[in-house]
Design a binder for this molecule. Structure first.
Ligand code: HEC
Length: 133
């Protein structure tokens, strides 16, 4: 059983170098998101008209981020968010939150945490590609 799932993970990693984060990292990210982000983007990540914070899941997220390197999203969040106190969180917390955002957008987790190394940040955010611009 354990051997089978480990083999499946190895197979996935070998087949494409997609986003890498673990479920426990995404769980930490969820807690940090609730503390620092949910008042504008909401606990369900649907955003809010009142704060003009966009949805961070679904079509809006895919249209903005699918096909982009993870580093773009990390930069955006780490330099501009929370909008009322930008760049106020530790770098590792931003990475955890991005792991949570990827998980919320149904990106498959892996056995590796998302770290700040260039080779990790160069990986592409999977998902539907935006319609032709
Ligand atoms: C005070 C309200 C507020 C808080 C708190 C806040 N945001 Fe935002 N966020 C915004 C607004 C407004 C925008 C749209 C303007 C922009 O993109 O800079 C935005 C945009 C974003 C975007 C870009 C979305 C897109 O697809 O264009 C991301 C990603 C994001 N926020 C993540 C976060 C994260 C993660 C946190 C917590 C660390 C956070 N935000 C906290 C208001 C907020």
């Amino acid at each position: 059983m354990r051997f089978g799932s480990a083999a499946a993970i190895v197979f996935c990693l070998a087949s494409f170098s997609a986003a890498a984060f673990t479920t426990s990292q995404a769980d930490r990210g969820l807690l940090a998101y609730e503390r620092s982000c949910s008042k504008c983007h909401q606990s369900d990540l649907q955003g809010s008209q009142e704060s003009e914070a966009p949805a961070l899941v679904g079509d809006t997220f895919a249209a903005h981020w699918a096909g982009e390197p993870i580093g773009e999203l990390v930069d955006k969040v780490a330099t501009k968010m929370p909008a009322d106190n930008p760049a106020s969180l530790p770098k590792t917390t931003y990475l955890d939150i991005v792991a949570y955002l990827l998980q919320a957008n149904k990106v498959a987790p892996s056995s590796e945490e998302l770290d700040g190394k260039p080779e990790s940040l160069m990986r592409t955010i999977p998902g539907r590609m935006p319609a032709a611009r």
